[in-house]
Design a protein around this ligand. Structure first.
Ligand code: FE2
Ligand code: FE2
Length: 178
């Protein structure tokens, strides 16, 4: 059975992951509205991943005899100055999330909730990938600058991100065009 302090901290992390889901879905809508459907698709896949992150914590809390309490989600941005601005925001957000995983690991160790450590180790690994992905795309967008053909090329490339089967976030863009 999980203690109250860790229980509360995991509920806060469920909120963080759901907010991540929400942020990337909002970015997806932004990119589709700019006809950058590859980036819209990439963000949709990212949003799906965040939902699975939230559910990992959700399920773990239930398995440990804890109590899931869902919290209000923050009011979100709906637009960005540019694709670069959006991906820089995504990169900053992933750095923030890495910090929250570190803080959660500290609490878990202080409270001797060792049964939760393997899950957090998985997330620490995942955050390496998340920061690298968003950071790399932001850097590439910086390189592209105001070159529209470079932007379109990157958009096509990001359209190729593998889509998890059976996801409720199925792309609106037909597969052939995605
Ligand atoms: Fe996440
Ligand atoms: Fe990931």
């Amino acid at each position: 059975m999980i203690g109250k302090k860790v229980n509360d901290a995991i509920n806060a992390q469920i909120k963080n992951e759901l907010e991540s889901y929400y942020i990337y879905l909002s970015m997806s809508a932004y990119f589709h509205s700019k006809s950058l459907d590859g980036m819209g698709h990439w963000m949709r896949v990212q949003a799906h991943e965040e939902l699975t992150h939230a559910m990992k914590f959700f399920n773990h809390l239930i398995d440990r005899g804890g109590k899931v309490v869902l919290k209000d989600l923050k009011q979100l941005k709906t637009t960005w100055k540019s694709p670069l601005d959006a991906f820089q925001d995504a990169y900053k957000h992933e750095q923030f999330i890495s910090g929250t995983i570190n803080d959660l690991t500290t609490i878990v160790r202080q409270e001797k909730e060792y049964a939760t450590e393997p899950l957090l180790a998985w997330f620490a690994d995942e955050q390496v990938e998340e920061e690298a992905n968003a950071g790399k795309i932001a850097e590439q967008l910086e390189m592209v600058g105001s070159d529209k053909s470079g932007l379109l090329m990157l958009d096509r490339e990001l359209a190729a991100r593998a889509y998890p089967p059976g996801s409720p976030l199925n792309p609106v863009v037909p597969a052939g065009n995605a």
